[in-house]
Design a binder for this molecule. Structure first.
Ligand SMILES: Cc1cc2nc3c(=O)[nH]c(=O)nc-3n(C[C@H](O)[C@H](O)[C@H](O)COP(=O)(O)OP(=O)(O)OC[C@H]3O[C@@H](n4cnc5c(N)ncnc54)[C@H](O)[C@@H]3O)c2cc1C
Length: 477
């Protein structure tokens, strides 16, 4: 069998691409989807978690195939779910858009590089993605929108209301795939166990896009790990995969890699890709928590785990040397340990972008099933952004009745975003794929997901990478 399209992976990057491809292709089209894991329905996950302390799930090893990569830096975990639906199963569902300036960081701030695609080109696909995910969000946003969010905004908490009154569209109810009201899904229960989402309020591939996998044109193989592309004469004739324990070649006219920034790069390296950027620039945002004790104000009332996003430090005037920061207002279950003051506290997360570093990379060693991750650390740009935030935070929060502020100087080990290893660029000298997400050298290979990002922005990546998948399939079929 020769397929028209072979898709690798079943999470956001692959599923949004496949959805658009099926809309645009004929009834006779033949698509093969290869997924390294199995389908573990949400109900099964919830039942398993009931017998685990605190309902914890070990995402990285949540697969029958065991470890999925070799990590040379044990202080830096890379978190994802290698099964059907990928990390849509366990993500939190925060979906702000990138700002227009994020697509031209070099031109605007003199750092990183410009994307070959602009905000305006992606804007219609942002709208379409928000519609598919049924995003809840506010009427006012710091980025331009040609269509309102499908669902109303989540309720702000008491602290957010003060900050929103002060900063207007710079401090908004967080756009999110956790439904604010019953519609396509149930409304968010606000119990802050989003990695499981016990009420099915959060968009996942299972609850939102499962129908594309039962399309008669699509054949889906579970437990099929793609190892490499079958490259002949400069183009891909198919893929090599280990399927239920045996090595097999599947033939196809076009290949779409949606296996995340670790495995997209590794599959290309296993295929002999010699582009100097393939596997490099592995990046992630860096998050720090901060707490404000409040005098006489009970911080109650928000309707979901993260109620707001603040953009006051996002595109600041020192972004040429210090990272931009997205502020998250956290509304999960935390109290102040003093009688009568339990909820007189605000909790924020400050999430910084980084400038991708060439030496942070995915490396191919002898074992072609296990990529090696060599991550030396994030750049000084992050630390400078953090220091800049500390100089500004008291005045930024001055409308709150603050007793004291504590900023944790220890960064979180992971933001669970894996980015940058096959970046898009205008040519093969500066990146791996073009603006339509096609490999510069292998012109029938699409590379999808966060690996395509040339710079990483302070905002969460999944809405943008899903919109890019729609754009790529729409532009090419
Ligand atoms: C706990 C957690 C919380 C998060 N919260 C947010 C959030 O609030 N907002 C946000 O924007 N992002 C969030 N993320 C990140 C988000 O989940 C990822 O950006 C997103 O899942 C990336 O989608 P993807 O399709 O590129 O890859 P993945 O979701 O990583 O999926 C990759 C898919 O490919 C399959 N695969 C991998 N290798 C192979 C292979 N060799 N052969 C065949 N199949 C393969 C995997 O099994 C999987 O199906 C979170 C992530 C985690 C883990």
């Amino acid at each position: 069998m020769n397929y028209d399209l072979i898709v690798v992976g079943t999470s956001f990057a692959s599923s949004f691409f496949l959805k658009k491809y099926l809309e645009k292709s004929s009834e006779g089209a033949k698509v093969l989807v290869l997924e390294r894991g199995a389908l573990e329905p949400q109900q099964t996950r919830i039942e398993k978690a009931r017998s685990t302390p605190y309902g914890q799930v070990n995402y990285v090893t949540n697969t029958s195939t065991g470890p999925t990569y070799i990590n040379t830096n044990p202080d830096k975990p890379w978190i994802f779910d290698p099964s059907f639906g990928g990390s849509s199963n366990c993500w939190t569902g925060c979906t702000p858009r990138f700002m227009p300036v994020d697509f031209k960081l070099k031109t605007s701030c003199g750092v990183g590089m410009d994307w070959p695609i602009s905000y305006d080109e992606l804007e219609p696909y942002y709208c379409e993605t928000e519609n598919i995910m049924s995003i809840s969000g506010p009427e006012q946003t710091p980025y331009p929108m040609s269509r309102p969010y499908p669902l109303p905004a989540h309720q702000l908490n008491a602290v957010d209301r003060i900050l929103h009154d002060q900063y207007k569209e710079q401090y908004i109810s967080q756009p999110t795939a956790r439904a604010s009201q019953k519609g396509k899904r149930m409304a968010c229960c606000g119990s802050s166990i989003c990695h499981l989402c016990p009420v099915g309020a959060k968009f996942t591939i299972e609850n939102g896009l499962m129908s594309i996998y039962s399309d008669p044109r699509v054949t889906l193989h579970y437990n099929a790990q793609v190892i490499s592309l079958d490259i002949q004469g400069g183009s891909a004739k198919g893929v090599v995969a280990i399927s239920n324990g045996a090595s097999k070649i599947f033939k196809g006219d076009a290949i779409a890699l949606g296996s995340n920034a670790i495995f997209n790069a590794h599959i290309l390296l296993n295929s002999g890709d010699s582009n100097q950027h393939t596997g490099h620039n592995l990046s992630e945002q860096v998050g720090y928590y901060g707490y404000a004790h409040l005098n006489g104000l009970d911080n109650v009332g928000g309707s979901t785990i993260i109620t707001a996003n603040g953009f006051m430090l996002y595109d600041h005037d020192k972004r040429n040397e210090a990272a931009g920061c997205l502020i998250e207002s956290h509304n999960d279950l935390f109290v102040r340990a003093e009688p009568g003051k339990w909820r007189k506290i605000a909790k924020f997360k400050f999430v910084f972008e980084d400038i991708p570093q060439y030496h942070n990379s995915i490396v191919r060693k002898a074992n072609e099933q296990l990529p090696v991750i060599e991550y030396k650390g994030h750049s000084d740009y992050v630390k400078k952004g953090y220091n800049y935030m500390k100089t500004k935070i008291s005045s930024l929060l001055s409308k709150l009745p603050i007793e004291d502020i504590f900023i944790d100087e220890n960064a979180q080990a992971s933001e669970s975003h894996i980015l940058g290893t096959t970046r898009m660029s205008k040519d093969a000298e500066t990146g791996v794929i073009d603006k339509h997400l096609i490999h510069h050298n292998y012109r029938n290979v699409f590379v999808l997901g966060g690996s395509t990002f040339p710079t990483i922005s302070p905002a969460n990546p999944t809405l943008t990478l899903s919109a890019l998948s729609l754009w790529a399939a729409d532009s090419n079929f």
